[in-house]
Ligand binder design. Structure first.
Ligand code: ACO
Length: 334
């Protein structure tokens, strides 16, 4: 008997039109195009006009996904938003999106897993489909990172951009869909990458603002080493458990944090360039949005077909680690 699986049946994305190039950043902090390109692979990133909430990127991405599937917002049962830049600390951005979209029947919630947010949210959405509880789940990865970047900190501000991606999950009873997932958390890494103030531990005060504690803080080299190790480890474990090796993978869609992290994992799995999506040059690290944006790049470049084995992998603040293995279902793309 065929198993009921959750399939990605539509995808929509939204990135702001405004572009911040490496040359622009040379005028803001002590950096150079050459340093950023060679250390990270980033050439430019798309950034919102200041004051734009994350939901303003999510809603067009969600509408695009629904249009491609020929469905209205009232068809949605559930909205899951992965983000570390919610419109407000509460209510959840999923609630704001539900209202703006007019998704009258949907409930929803946010997921805080930073750069691993999309694989985590996808896995959660898939459970509701597999159990038969729901038929249409919207899974979103979106961040307005520029709202939490310190443009006096050259080690951090050059890395990130803004963007959103939304996929629709629906049940299918064929060989396609989400096959398996593997997620980990290592909370001992919380000190290496975080936004220190504004939560219950350090509520906002004049001092926290003066000390620039409402921005992303990180020890980049430590994060880099952890990510290199965990990207390959997580991906390989998931493949092994499903009796696959790197050669079986048709498309590796890695979180776009640093081209050197992606290429280290690519090398370890023995994947040729044709099987690895890289668009960090154009968008930078958009945190929860990188994987849906990379899927869009793969579709633009006609690099994924129905039945292909697709591996999604991310590592992020927490530390969080997530991989999802799926057989691509084939979707409308225009
Ligand atoms: N421009 C010019 N010089 C810079 C810049 C910059 N933007 N940033 C740092 N430098 C300097 C440093 O000050 C340092 O100089 P020093 O030796 O005189 O002190 C030198 O460059 C080397 O710094 P490192 O931190 O050792 O450089 P590294 O090669 O590790 O690259 C980077 C730094 C790009 C941040 C890297 O560590 C990295 O990508 N880390 C992962 C961070 C990350 O991706 N965080 C995002 C979220 S987590 C995730 O998505 C996985």
């Amino acid at each position: 008997m065929s198993q009921r699986r959750a399939c990605i049946t539509a995808l929509g994305t939204c990135v702001p039109e405004r572009v911040l190039t490496n040359a622009d950043l040379e005028g803001i902090v002590d950096t150079s195009d050459e340093w950023i390109r060679t250390r990270t692979g980033i050439e430019r990133r798309h950034v919102v006009e200041p004051g734009t909430p994350t939901s303003d990127l999510i809603v067009p991405a969600a509408r695009e996904a629904l249009r491609r599937r020929g469905l209205g917002p009232e068809s949605l049962d559930l909205i899951i938003v992965a983000t570390v830049t919610p419109d407000m600390i509460f209510p959840a951005t999923a609630c704001i999106v539900q209202d703006k979209l007019g998704a009258s029947r949907a409930w929803g919630f946010d997921v805080s897993a930073a750069c691993s947010g999309f694989p985590y949210a996808l896995t959660m959405g898939a459970q509701f489909i597999q159990t038969g509880a729901h038929r249409r789940v919207l899974v979103v990865g979106a961040d307005v990172m520029t709202s939490i970047l310190d443009y006096e900190d050259r080690k951090t501000c050059v890395l990130f951009g803004d963007g959103a991606g939304a996929v629709l999950l629906e049940p299918r009873e064929d060989e396609t869909g989400i096959l398996d997932f593997s997620h980990q958390v290592d909370g001992s890494g919380a000190c290496y990458l975080n936004l220190p103030a504004g939560g219950s531990q350090r509520p906002a005060t004049h001092e926290t603002v003066d000390q620039r504690l409402h921005y992303v803080h990180q020890q980049g080299a430590h994060v880099f080493k952890y990510a290199v190790r965990k990207f390959a480890e997580s991906a390989e474990q998931l493949l092994l458990r499903n009796d696959f090796t790197g050669t079986d993978v048709d498309l590796f869609v890695a979180h776009q944090a640093n081209i050197r992290i992606i290429e280290a994992a690519q090398q370890r799995m023995g994947l040729p360039d044709s099987k690895v999506v890289k668009n960090i040059n154009e968008y930078g690290n958009t945190t929860a949005a990188t994987i849906p944006l990379a899927l869009a790049t793969a579709l633009d470049e006609k690099r994924v077909d129905r039945g292909d084995l697709v591996l999604l992998t991310a590592v992020g603040a927490g530390f969080t680690v997530g991989s999802v293995l799926l057989r691509w279902s084939g979707i409308a793309w225009d």
